[in-house]
Design a protein around this ligand. Structure first.
Ligand code: HEC
Length: 272
């Protein structure tokens, strides 16, 4: 009898340890229960080993007892198993569908939110650009009120703001190349496919301020003898959008240094 309790105690202890391990591994409660039952069954098997040996049987009786024992075991197993939670594939599929549905909805929501955020960012960019354009538009007054010297020296303020007169002139020459003024204007014998006037003497005829004015707004005045081109608006009205005010100042100042009187640069004719 003491033996039975020892074995039952061992079964309970092993079952407890198994449940502890299963719990620490976050296995479902059903599995924890299953481990406990299995360890108890194990203890029962060891208890049976201690049981009094049955008297030897033979003939029909032995066959009957074996079959009866088999039926008993099968019944116990089936009954025990039916007590455990049953697995139904249809149920599981439904659960998975539910999970996926909410996840899909979440990801679609996420996409919509991302699109809205992107649209907002774009809107802000457009607004910033509009502000800048507005600034350039009102910059006309600033350009007109600029007091740049008419001579070959750039204004001291402009020169200082770009760190030295030499650099300032370099910026001007760079802009001439970058903005491709040479496509229409011949300078130093280069470029100009006869669409615009040669500019080698522009410094003698126009002030730096006027040159800047012309770049800023090509309609502000006309080069003498270029009535047709002026009317057609050949000189593009885009440089105010492409250049920083400082760059335009530099370009005008740089052009102002060209005073080659042997070149026939046309006089400016005021319009309106
Ligand atoms: C697509 C051709 C074209 C481009 C590019 C062009 N211009 Fe002109 N430009 C002209 C034409 C044509 C005239 C003469 C008609 C007029 O006054 O609008 C002119 C006139 C001028 C005048 C007046 C000259 C004078 O003697 O009165 C200046 C200064 C000038 N351009 C500077 C520039 C500068 C600087 C650039 C580059 C930022 C430039 N242009 C780009 C076609 C062009």
């Amino acid at each position: 009898m003491g033996n039975i309790f020892k074995k039952l105690g061992a079964g309970l202890l092993v079952g407890g340890v198994l449940v502890g391990i299963a719990h620490s591994q976050e296995l479902p409660g059903t599995f924890q229960l299953l481990f406990f039952i299995v360890s108890l069954i194990g203890a029962m098997v060891f208890m049976l080993l201690d049981a009094r040996p049955l008297s030897t049987m033979s003939g029909e009786k032995s066959l009957f007892v074996v079959i009866a024992f088999w039926i008993l075991m099968v019944t116990v197993c089936v009954a025990g198993a039916s007590l455990l939670p049953q697995f139904n594939p249809a149920d599981e599929k439904e659960k998975i569908d539910k999970l996926l549905k909410s996840q899909r909805a979440a990801s679609q929501q996420g996409k919509a939110e991302e699109l809205i955020a992107r649209a907002k960012a774009l809107d802000e960019q457009v607004k910033a650009l509009e502000e800048r354009l507005k600034g350039l538009g009102s910059g006309q007054a600033t350009v007109a009120s600029l007091t740049l010297p008419a001579g070959d020296k750039p204004s001291s303020t402009a020169g200082a703001s770009s760190g030295g007169g030499g650099d300032f002139m370099k910026v001007g020459e760079e802009q001439w190349q970058l903005q491709e003024c040479y496509n229409c204007h011949k300078l130093r014998g280069e470029g100009g496919k006869k669409r615009g006037p040669e500019l080698d003497n522009v410094g003698s005829l126009l002030t730096v301020e006027e040159i800047q004015q012309k770049i800023y707004d090509p309609k502000s005045f006309m080069a003498e003898g270029y009535e047709k081109e002026y009317q057609k608006g050949i000189m593009p009205n885009k440089f105010k959008d492409l250049m920083e005010p400082k760059e335009m100042q530099a370009l005008a100042a740089w052009l102002g240094t060209f005073k080659n009187t042997s070149v026939n640069t046309p006089k400016p004719i005021k319009k309106s």
